[in-house]
Design a protein around this ligand. Structure first.
Ligand SMILES: Nc1ncnc2c1ncn2[C@@H]1O[C@H](COP(=O)(O)OP(=O)(O)OP(=O)(O)O)[C@@H](O)[C@H]1O
Ligand SMILES: [Mg+2]
Length: 443
C-alpha cells in the first residue's frame, strides 16, 4: 500500500504531540505553520487529507479559505475547541468546508478513524473525477428529441467525407458538434484544427490558412505551414465562415474543388487531404443575397448541413445539462453546496437563453461561487422567478432591464468582443464599460 500523506495545518504555533501519534499509525505527516507552506506541500506532494487546527482568531478562517481553491481534491478534518462551535461563523466554516471535526483535546483513536475515512472519500472522489474528465470536455449532453435527432445526423454525416456547414446561434454548441463529427469519422486519428475566421486580421488570414513561403512578404522570415496543411489527414473547422473576406472565399473554393493549396509566395500546388467543417451564426443565405458571400462557395459548403437548435427549443434538456455542468465544475464549489432548488430549475425553464449553452455555463459557474446556501437559488443564477417578474415595475426599471438584456445578448453574440459589441449597440466602448459596471455584467 502506498504511503498516505497528510497535511497538518497548524497555525497556532504550538508544539504538537499529535504528529508522532498520527505518524505511527502509518501516515506521513507534513506540517505547515502558514498557508504559503501549505500551498507548497499541496503542490509538490500527493496529499489526500488535510488536518487543520482552528482557533478563535479570524485568521485561521482566512487561512483555510485561501487554500480552498487549491485543495478541491482533498478532504479536510478540523480540530477546534468546543467553544468555537457555539459561533455561527465557525459552524458555517465547518459545515461548508470540512469532512469531519474533532473537539480538543483530540481523542487520537477517533481522530485516526476519521482521517482514514477522509482518505477513502478523497480517493473515491478522485476516481469519479478522473472517469468524468475522460469524457466531459467533448461530451455533448442532450436527451430531447431535437438533440437525439442531431446526434443521429452527426453519426450519419461522420461516415462521409463531404464538407459540412454547421449553423446555429451563438453558444449553442457548434464547435462541440464539429468535434463530435471529427471524433466519429474515419479521420479521428488525425488532427482537428479550429480556426476562427472572424478573429484573424484580414491581411494575415490568407497566410494563416494557406501558409507562406520564406520572403513572400515583409516579415515572412521563414516558411510557414498554414492551418489547412496542419490539418492534413484530419478535419479543419472554419468557425465564423461568414467573416471570411470575400477575396479569400475564391481561394477556399478553389481548395474545395481541387483539393490542393498554394502557399502565399509559392508556385507549387500542394495536395492536402482534409475535411472541411464550417460554422456560422449568421444567415449565410442572406449574406449571399447581399453579395457578402459567394454563392458558389455557399453551395459547396452547404452539401451537408447540421443545425444546432437554440437552448430555448430544448428546454427539457436544461435540468440534465445544469446537473452535468454542476458536476463538471464541482471542484470550484463549497462542500455543502448540493445542487439546485426547484425554483432555480423553474427559473431556468422560464428563461429565454439568448446566449444559449455558453450562457447556461456562465450562470451556473457564477452561481456555484456566489451561492451561500445548500441549494442554488434563482437569484444566484441572476434569474428572476415568475412571481417576481409579475411584480409591478416602474418605467425606469423596465428600461434598465431591457438595456441590460440587450447588452447581455450582444456580448453573448460577439463572444464578449467589447469593440464589436459596442459597435453593434451603437455606443462607445467607454459607455459600454460603464453600462456593464452599472448592471454588474461580466465580459
Ligand atoms: N450539448 C452540450 N453538452 C455539453 N456542453 C455543451 C453542449 N453544447 C455546448 N456545450 C458547451 O457550451 C460551450 C459553447 O459551445 P460551443 O463553443 O461549441 O458553441 P458555438 O456554437 O461554437 O458558439 P459560438 O457561436 O459562440 O462560437 C462550450 O463550452 C461547450 O463545451
Ligand atoms: Mg464556436
Amino acid at each position: 500500500m502506498s504511503v498516505r500523506e497528510l497535511l497538518y495545518l497548524e497555525t497556532t504555533g504550538q508544539a504538537d504531540s499529535l504528529v508522532p501519534k498520527i505518524s505511527s499509525a502509518g501516515w506521513e505527516v507534513c506540517v505547515a505553520h502558514d498557508t504559503a507552506k501549505a500551498r507548497e506541500i499541496i503542490d509538490s506532494r500527493n496529499i489526500h487529507v488535510g488536518l487543520a487546527r482552528l482557533d478563535q482568531s479570524a485568521d485561521s478562517n482566512r487561512e483555510i479559505l485561501d487554500l480552498w481553491p487549491f485543495s478541491g481534491h482533498m478532504e479536510w478534518v478540523a480540530m477546534l475547541s468546543s467553544s468555537c462551535l457555539e459561533s455561527a461563523k465557525f459552524a458555517r466554516l465547518i459545515t461548508d468546508y470540512f469532512y469531519d471535526y474533532h473537539t480538543l483535546p483530540a481523542d487520537v483513536d477517533r481522530l485516526l478513524f476519521s482521517l482514514g475515512h477522509a482518505y477513502g472519500m478523497a480517493t473515491m472522489t478522485r476516481t469519479i473525477r478522473q472517469d468524468e474528465e475522460k469524457f466531459s470536455d467533448y461530451e455533448m449532453v442532450g436527451a430531447s428529441d431535437v438533440m437525439q435527432e442531431l446526434f443521429r445526423a452527426i453519426r450519419k454525416i461522420a461516415s462521409v467525407d463531404a464538407p459540412v456547414l454547421i449553423t446555429g446561434e451563438s453558444g449553442v454548441g457548434k464547435e462541440l458538434a464539429a468535434m463530435a463529427l471529427h471524433e466519429r469519422s474515419s479521420r479521428a486519428g488525425g488532427p482537428f484544427v479550429a480556426v476562427n475566421c472572424g478573429a484573424l486580421p484580414a491581411n494575415l488570414i490568407q497566410s494563416e490558412l494557406f501558409g507562406h513561403e520564406r520572403g513572400s512578404f515583409t516579415g515572412a522570415h521563414q516558411r510557414k505551414i498554414g492551418h489547412i496543411e496542419t490539418a492534413a489527414g484530419g478535419t479543419i473547422f472554419l468557425d465564423e465562415i461568414g467573416d471570411l473576406p470575400i477575396e479569400l472565399q475564391i481561394n477556399l473554393l478553389r481548395f474545395l474543388q481541387e483539393k490542393t493549396i498554394e502557399r502565399v509566395g509559392g508556385t507549387k500546388k500542394i495536395p492536402v487531404d482534409v475535411r472541411i467543417v464550417a460554422a456560422t451564426h449568421v444567415d449565410l443565405e442572406r449574406a449571399v443575397e447581399e453579395g457578402r458571400f459567394r454563392e458558389d462557395l455557399y453551395y459547396r459548403l452547404h452539401v451537408l448541413n447540421l443545425q444546432v437548435p437554440p437552448l430555448r427549443e430544448r428546454k427539457n434538456d436544461i435540468e440534465l445539462m445544469a446537473r452535468f455542468f454542476f458536476d463538471k465544475f464541482s471542484k470550484e464549489k463549497r462542500k455543502n453546496l448540493k445542487g439546485f432548488s426547484q425554483k432555480a430549475f423553474q427559473a431556468m425553464m422560464d428563461h429565454d437563453w439568448p446566449g444559449n449553452v455558453r450562457e447556461l455555463i456562465n450562470r451556473i459557474r457564477r452561481a456555484m461561487i456566489m451561492s451561500d446556501k445548500r441549494l442554488i437559488t434563482p437569484q444566484d443564477l441572476g434569474l428572476h422567478t415568475t412571481a417576481s417578474r409579475r411584480r409591478m415595475v416602474t418605467l425606469d426599471e423596465a428600461r434598465g432591464e431591457a438595456e441590460k438584456a440587450a447588452i447581455q445578448h450582444c456580448l453573448a453574440r460577439t463572444r464578449s468582443n467589447i469593440s464589436r459589441a459596442a459597435r453593434e449597440l451603437g455606443v462607445s466602448r467607454v459607455t459600454l464599460y460603464r453600462l456593464m459596471e452599472k448592471y454588474h455584467i461580466c465580459a
